[in-house]
Ligand binder design. Structure first.
Ligand code: ATP
Ligand code: LTN
Length: 332
């Protein structure tokens, strides 16, 4: 039986991934590579929709790739590459743009939210066409499954519509992909504002655990996380959002169930519990940070890993593009 094909991408828009990115996304990537034919890319071209200093883009692209590897994305088990290394993404992206209605693209909520925030003069056209490039990322690899967060569901729906539209106009060309929406339990909240998701665009980073932060900083952030009322360590998202979030974090990293943790901390205070969570987080992240720094120290070896990944990706991408061009009537 052939393995199902998986594709996902992550933007290199920050100096470090946070715990939400890991538990909500990358951890699933690591799981899926075991039984699937997985393609994972750092979508550096998508990151150009936000103006970034060139040195910073370069650094963030490499640190993203290094963190993925340190977190367990294994270049020997999956195909790990940079989007910009495969020109076919832009080539198919244009075709997707020619297939998408203006109104259809205007209905994308991520575009509406982001463009509203910056105003039309500061919104680039690339932000508008972002979902069509994302569709190309997915369809080039004939992906069956696309692991993403809930916020990406609409983009995957658009990708499915575009693939279906192309196939019915020009003949069977693309696999229709399915969104593989990660489980709700994997949503990690901000430590200071535990009713909002942990996010790299948070107003303050005090509630955000970053993989590349030092163990001391991360331990401190957990110990000074927002304290709920009461004293009991119990999972109750309404009454105790802070403690519930910490229980989710502990359980996801230690592999122990929430009820086991509730029993262990029965009769103990929040202070003891926070120290235990800090220890679990620090013990888990410290080797990952060290491994990321090691990978970054040998930049040419890291770039070589990405080139090898790109060579594997290119075989599939070019085959799909040739088929697409032929079906469109482009002389090849
Ligand atoms: P922003 O909050 O600025 O939109 P982000 O921190 O959500 O950015 P993205 O680059 O959009 O980061 O997300 C990368 C991946 O991490 C996505 O698949 C997203 O669903 C997931 N993710 C981000 N934050 C969380 C979180 N707090 N809990 C679970 N998953 C998350
Ligand atoms: N838009 C996604 C990132 C992304 C992606 C992809 C995800 C770009 N191309 C292809 C899955 C498949 C995001 O913002 N999380």
């Amino acid at each position: 039986m052939t393995r199902k094909r998986v594709l996902s991408g992550i933007q290199p828009t920050h100096d470090s991934f946070h715990l939400g990115n890991y538990l909500g996304a990358v951890k699933q990537w690591v799981e899926l590579q075991k039984e699937h034919d997985a393609f994972y890319c750092v979508v550096d071209l998508h990151a150009l929709t936000v103006e970034t200093d060139p040195a910073l883009l370069r650094k963030r692209t490499l640190v993203s790739a290094a963190q993925l590897i340190a977190l367990g994305v294994d270049p020997d088990k999956c195909t790990l590459f940079l989007q910009s290394h495969i020109a076919e993404h832009n080539q198919l992206g244009w075709i997707m743009e020619c297939l998408t209605g203006f109104g259809e693209a205007s209905r994308m909520t991520q575009f509406k939210d982001k463009s509203q925030k910056s105003g039309s003069d500061r919104t680039v056209v690339g932000l508008f066409t972002y979902p069509m490039l994302q569709a190309a990322d997915i369809l080039l690899y004939q992906a069956d499954l696309v692991p993403v967060g809930e916020d990406q569901r609409q983009h995957i729906e658009l990708t499915r519509d575009l693939a279906g539209r192309f196939n019915s106009r020009y003949g069977a060309t693309f696999q229709i992909p399915e969104a593989y929406i990660m489980k709700a339990g994997a949503k990690i909240n901000d430590l200071q504002d535990p009713t909002s998701k942990m996010s790299k665009s948070a107003a303050s980073m005090q509630g955000v655990i970053e993989i590349m932060d030092s163990p001391e900083i991360n331990a401190k952030k957990i110990k000074s996380s927002m304290t709920d009322t009461g004293r009991e360590v119990r999972f109750d998202e309404k009454e105790k959002p802070g403690i519930s979030n910490l229980l989710t974090i502990h359980s996801s990293l230690s592999g122990r169930s929430i009820s086991e943790l509730e029993n262990e901390f029965e009769g103990k205070g929040y202070g003891d519990f926070k120290s235990a969570v800090a220890e679990v987080v620090v013990d888990y992240l410290a080797p990952i940070r060290t491994r990321t720094l090691e990978l970054l120290a040998d930049e040419s070896a890291l770039v070589e890993i990405l080139r090898v990944g790109a060579a594997k990706a290119r075989v599939v991408a070019s085959e799909t593009l040739v088929k697409t061009y032929k079906n469109l009537g482009i002389v090849t």
